[in-house]
Design a protein around this ligand. Sequence first.
Ligand code: AMP
Length: 417
Amino acid sequence: MLIKIPKGTQDILPEDINKWYYIENIIRKILNKYGYKEIRTPIFEHTELFVRGIGESTDIVNKEMFTFPDRKGRSLTLRPEGTASVVRAYLEKRMDRISKVVKLFYFGPMFRCEKPQAGRYRQFNQFGIELVGSQSPVADVEIIAAALEIYETLGLKDLKVLINSVGCKKCRSDYINKLKAFLAKKEDLLCYECKNRIRKNPLRVLDCKNESCQAVLKNAPNIINNLCQECNLHFKSVKSLLDDLKIEYTVDDKLVRGLDYYTKTAFEIVSGELGAQNAIAGGGRYDDLVEELGGKETPAVGFAAGIERMIITMEKQKVSWPKKKDLDVFVVNTNEKDNSLAFILLQKIRKSGLFADLDYSSKSLKSQMRAANKYGAKYTLIIGEEELSRNMVTLRNMETKEQKEIKIDNLIDELST
Ligand code: AMP
């Protein structure tokens, strides 16, 4: 019996890989331009990192982590997101000693044991950026602008920026108390999950999709009206900087996101093309996380973006992809007994910088020519015994069907013109 791919995972096949190269190249180019440097952290970490970083009461930590013991019984977890690992590396490698502000980005697979559906997988790829060491609202807006520049360069259209402020440790706990008191009175009208959330994670009630919960929330205390002066000023500056850059946004006072570490700014970039799973990127400020993971008080801001959802949106919007690079030369060998010279020539062609291949099975001339056609090669190089004895080979232009004999010594020059 064939072994199938695990639920919620996907193969990225050769015919699609150029899309990934293209996207990754643009992301790298733009983020380098903004001064971010790439970091690669392990795919698994000590479970404790995510429990402490993301928060014990979150869905990710409670229900979605792939956690397993190592051979000595220590608990490891496949990373469900990138920020906690980046902050761990920042602290462990003492990056604060290198510069006050550290700007990093990453790519890579993340793992969450969620119920798979369109645009939601158990293994998915994110790119993300983290700007550690600045509390300036400019940092918040810079990362939103960088994300939008990436999307715009890739040709994505009609994206919306939603922003909110979830306050700081101080004003948020006052707000949570008010919200709890309000929700407690309406508990009967809330869905089963939100009844539990009142005690465990009341902010998450705000973004529950259930209609009856949303109806209750219409009169709930508003987080923005309950910010302390500092958070309020910060939020105003973020909005005004977005205005200055002519970045359109919608304030969504119910946007709280699923990770506990956010403070002040929280944002999401959504696409109408994606249905229920409409967020293509999400992030915000996390001024307490560095301290929570054992460092000193250090403000930070970042976001993560799903690459699969980006590709889905690009395909729905019929964004054009760069053309795949065709093969330059396909080498056909008519000497069935000896293909060593064909192979030597093939290597020479490759080393000159051209894309070249041959048919390993050395079948008849006819079937090799068929293979050359299938590969879509620009030229076919035919190596025949009689021509070889004269140090010649035959080059066929597959488009014009013109064929000419050339000297082996002139082959690379001829192909490069
Ligand atoms: P988060 O790390 O939850 O803030 O998510 C950031 C982005 O990652 C989202 O906006 C999505 O684009 C993407 N994402 C999160 N979870 C999944 C998933 N299970 N499958 C596919 N993409 C996801």
